[in-house]
Design a protein around this ligand. Structure first.
Ligand code: ATP
Length: 879
């Protein structure tokens, strides 16, 4: 492997046959052919066959196999065939579901894959990182993820965190100088950058020297472990529940078996009882339904612009009670347009600058020079604040390329949101000029003189007061104000932060960034949903408060606090005031961590947005870290658990609604499955205690649990959110899904279905055990299919609307058709051990299966009327 650190930049460029302008498209194609895509090969995935066989590791399957063997022993070959067919079908379904879930995760991963900025044909463009080839010229800026190895050819204070490679957590300062050595450690290769590092500061141009598996990262992780999706808390607690349930079931089975044997029931029949009970009780479909519903939920959210990076976040979203949101771009449109400009003691419209006035000319030059963005042929690249300034220059026919070529940038201190300033050095009229732009309040304290049409003079208190008043006037209208200043340097040398002082004031440029149209409504929805929206911004307090008022975040009695004021607050004071603070202005990313932690200490689940490189720790600290898909840095996307592809606050609220809905749907599906199982268990237990014949064959229960029950369960899982969902308070994240009320509901509903199943069984017994078993099975199956409608939501079906979830109707009809096929098609009759029924018996089954739903719906209607009445009475009492 060649070393590049000891070569000059020209040599490296030469060895890839390229220039600082970047590769041409034809060369890119050529290199791609030669070196392949810039991706790391993943460890060989489990083959589909392997996944298939893994499905047999389950306790359920073992019980089923026992059931199959017992069936052979009882001479029931058909039953054995069905059981083994079911086992295989179940394994196929499990495999398909596994593969599908993997595909859906992969597609989400692809959506959140990083991009990289490159120079190609001399033009800066953004491309997916997989398209980077050796020889490409990468443009690195603070917040970027380094996506390939490369040699630095131009360096502007670049600092990189290489902890993923070297373990060193401190950022490393880079250089473009040659290192004249033959062999040095990775950490000492200061003129190289390596894939997976994070740019924490500065800027650089880099020529890519290795991609994909040839990078240092590729070498270490020769085979990348495939990232395994971790189970969500809900999945873990359900797995745990299933295991406990299985043990309890086995114990009860043993007791039932013992009871039968004690009563001198033949051993095989006793065994059939035990097996029937086990099959009835084990919720076969439970864990796959939860995964399917979570996966469908994330797909839906991705379509609605929220990419979920971990399934855990879907659940977490349902309990969010605080949203800390950035202002710029999330609550506002991030479409900045310059408005009024204050220069030379007067406030003028941005298109009214007089370039013969030296102060105005300097201001405009600095707006273009102290600026990294471009706006060419409608394609705007860079920070919208800076793009607005470039567009301002266009009004005066000043093209950024031309100005920047004429007055080359010699040194710089890049912008960072802690310092809130940016400085660049250029030679103008033979002088070394350092231009600085930044936050008004930060810069004003550092000016000592002022530039006017009459030249330079010391700044007076009057000048300052006028500037402060102008800033106030502009900010109160919600305008963002940027201050400009400059100073002359005696010589060109590397800048330090101390250089950012003793300035000459140039002027103020205000720009408008209107709130997004949907922000106000989303804020209202939040408040109705018991979620507190909080604005956290780097912008000025007055500007922030004006916007926050417009969209309803800052209401009467609420406070706006600056980062400085926050610093002065003790922990106790902050905790006391926390509930009332709606706006944090002029904050640095570190403040965000303090705000998140404070709310977390109050037991709240906090969602926090972030876009900058320094936001990563806060995003990680928040329960739901949200990155911006369009404007966010790769670093923030890496740290977040959700990415907004439209950067929009309203999308967060939509995602929370979806999160709540997914959780509610899963809960309803679980209720449906468990109450259905309860009815089966109670019927078998009843028969066992009353010394009656076995009411169901294992095939009957398998048919219900795996086929007819799965359909309504999935239909319930895709139920649309109701309006009421946003009226509820956020769910307590610590609350277990299996609350007392929930279990009571399951028990009651299970009991009601069981009672009618037992009635059907008794009616059937008059015609013999075979008819009895068929009637019990059919009533249970159909009763559970009807029950699917009951579990769609808390409300009665009249409120929900029968047609509002067409899948639930399809699920019911498919299940009913399947049942009728089993009942009426002779070969299936034999296979599923059902007797031929008379029409009266069939009619009775439908009636007995429908009655539990009538009762359950009746209870709901009664509750709706009763609860409503009592609520109204409460209201009256309150008045
Ligand atoms: P939010 O935190 O809501 O996204 P923001 O964009 O104002 O808001 P920062 O990017 O941290 O937050 O900016 C903080 C302040 O720094 C701004 O209010 C502005 O005064 C100044 N500023 C922003 N961008 C630049 C820039 N490119 N150059 C110089 N100063 C800037």
């Amino acid at each position: 492997m060649k070393n590049f650190f000891n070569k000059t930049t020209e040599d490296v460029l030469h060895s890839f046959g390229t220039t600082k302008e970047g590769l041409k498209d034809t060369e890119v194609d050529l290199y791609r052919e030669k070196y392949g895509e810039n991706v790391l090969s993943e460890k060989k995935k489990k083959s589909t066959i392997q996944v298939f066989f893994e499905q047999f590791k389950d306790l359920l399957v073992i019980i089923l196999i026992i059931a199959g063997i017992v069936s052979i022993a009882t001479g029931n070959v058909e039953s054995t065939i069905v059981i083994f067919a079911v086992i295989i079908l179940n394994a196929i379904l499990g495999t398909v579901q596994h593969v599908k879930a993997e595909q859906s995760l992969n597609s989400l991963k692809a959506l959140s894959a990083p991009n990289a900025k490159v120079l190609r044909n001399g033009v800066k463009t953004e491309v997916p990182s997989k398209d980077i080839v050796p020889g490409d010229i990468l443009v690195l800026e603070a917040g970027d993820l380094v996506v390939a190895d490369g040699r630095i050819i131009e360096n502007y204070s670049l600092q990189v965190n290489e902890s993923s490679l070297t373990g060193e957590s401190e950022s490393v300062t880079k250089t473009s100088d040659v290192i004249a050595k033959d062999e040095i450690a990775l950490g000492d290769q200061k003129n190289m950058v390596f894939s997976s590092s994070l740019v924490t500061y500065g800027r650089a141009l880099v020529i890519v020297t290795a991609t994909g598996m040839d990078t240092e990262l590729g070498k270490i992780a020769t085979l990348m472990e495939q990232t395994q999706e971790k189970k969500t808390p809900l999945q873990i607690s359900l797995d745990d529940f299933s295991k406990k349930l299985a043990i309890v079931i086995l114990v009860i089975c043993a007791i039932v078996f013992g009871l039968s044997v004690y009563r001198n029931t033949p051993i095989l029949d006793s065994l059939m009882f035990a097996v029937a009970l086990a099959v009835a009780a084990i919720p076969e479909a439970l864990s796959s339904i939860v995964t399917i519903v979570l996966a469908i939920g994330t797909q839906k959210m991705a379509k609605e612009h929220a990419i979920i990076k971990s399934l855990k976040a879907v659940e977490g979203l349902g309990s969010v009670s605080i949203i800390c949101s950035d202002k710029t771009g999330t609550l506002t449109q991030n479409k900045m347009t310059t408005k009024q400009i204050y220069v030379d003691g007067k406030l003028i419209a941005s298109e009214k600058l007089d370039l013969t006035n030296e102060a105005e000319q300097y201001l405009l030059n600095s707006a273009v020079l102290c600026n990294d963005s471009t706006s060419i042929d409608g394609q705007e690249i860079g920070d919208p604040t800076e793009v607005a300034l470039v567009n301002l220059a266009h009004i005066y026919n000043l093209k950024e390329d031309a100005v920047r070529n004429e007055f080359e940038r010699l040194k710089e201190i890049p912008f960072d949101s802690d310092r809130k300033l940016m400085s660049t050095v250029h030679q103008l009229d033979g002088k070394n000029i350092m231009f600085t732009k930044g936050a008004f309040d930060v810069l004003l304290n550092r000016v000592t003189s002022i530039k006017t049409s009459n030249g330079l003079r010391p700044i007076t208190e009057d000048d300052k007061q006028k500037i402060i008043d102008t800033n106030m006037e502009l900010s109160q209208n919600g305008l963002r104000v940027l201050a400009f200043a400059y100073k002359e340097l005696p010589e060109i040398r590397d800048l330090t932060l101390e250089d950012e002082s003793e300035y000459t004031f140039l002027g103020l440029v205000s720009m408008i960034d209107p709130p997004r149209v949907e922000s106000a409504e989303a804020v209202r929805d939040c408040i109705t949903a018991g979620i507190k929206p909080i604005m956290i911004t780097g912008d000025h307090k007055i500007t922030a408060s004006a916007i926050a008022k417009q969209i309803g975040i800052l209401q009467d009695g609420d406070m706006a606090v600056t980062g400085l004021e926050l610093d002065k607050m003790s922990e106790e004071e902050l905790m006391r005031k926390l509930d009332h603070i709606s706006v944090y202005a002029r904050v640095s990313p570190e403040h965000k961590i303090r705000i998140v932690s404070a709310w977390q200490n109050k037991g709240k689940i906090v969602a926090m947005t972030g876009d900058g490189v320094n936001d990563a720790p806060a995003l990680k600290q928040a329960d739901i870290g949200i990155a911006m898909g369009i404007t966010g840095t790769e670093v923030s996307k890496d740290a977040a658990s959700m990415i907004l592809t439209d950067d929009n606050f309203a999308t967060i609220v939509k995602a929370i609604t979806n999160g709540r809905n997914v959780y509610a749907n899963i809960k309803n599906s679980i209720k449906f499955l468990l109450s259905g199982n309860t009815s089966g268990i109670l019927a078998v237990l009843y028969a066992s205690i009353m010394a009656l014949p076995v009411p169901f064959m294992p095939v009957h229960l398998l048919f219900i649990n795996l086929l007819t029950d799965s359909l309504p369960a999935i239909a319930i899982g895709v139920e649309n959110p109701t309006k009421d969902l946003l009226k509820e308070k956020p769910r307590d994240s610590k609350e277990s899904i299996l609350t007392k009320d929930f279990i009571l509901d399951i028990a009651i509903e299970g009991l009601i279905i069981a009672v009618f199943t037992i009635v059907a069984f008794h009616i059937g017994l008059e015609a013999g055990p075979a008819v009895a078993s068929t009637m019990a099975f059919s009533t249970l199956c159909l009763g559970r299919l009807f029950h699917g409608f009951n579990c769609r939501g808390k409300a009665s079906i009249f409120k929900l609307g029968l047609g509002s979830n067409k899948y639930s109707i399809y699920a019911f009809l498919t299940g009913a058709i399947l049942l009728n096929l089993v009942l009426f098609v002779p070969p299936l009759q034999k296979l599923f051990e059902v007797a031929t029924l008379s029409w009266t018996q069939v009619g009775l089954i439908y009636l007995l299966a429908f009655l539990p739903t009538v009762i359950i719906q009746g209870i709901k209607v009664f509750k709706e009327a009763f609860v409503k009445d009592s609520q109204e009475e409460d209201k009256k009492a309150a008045i």
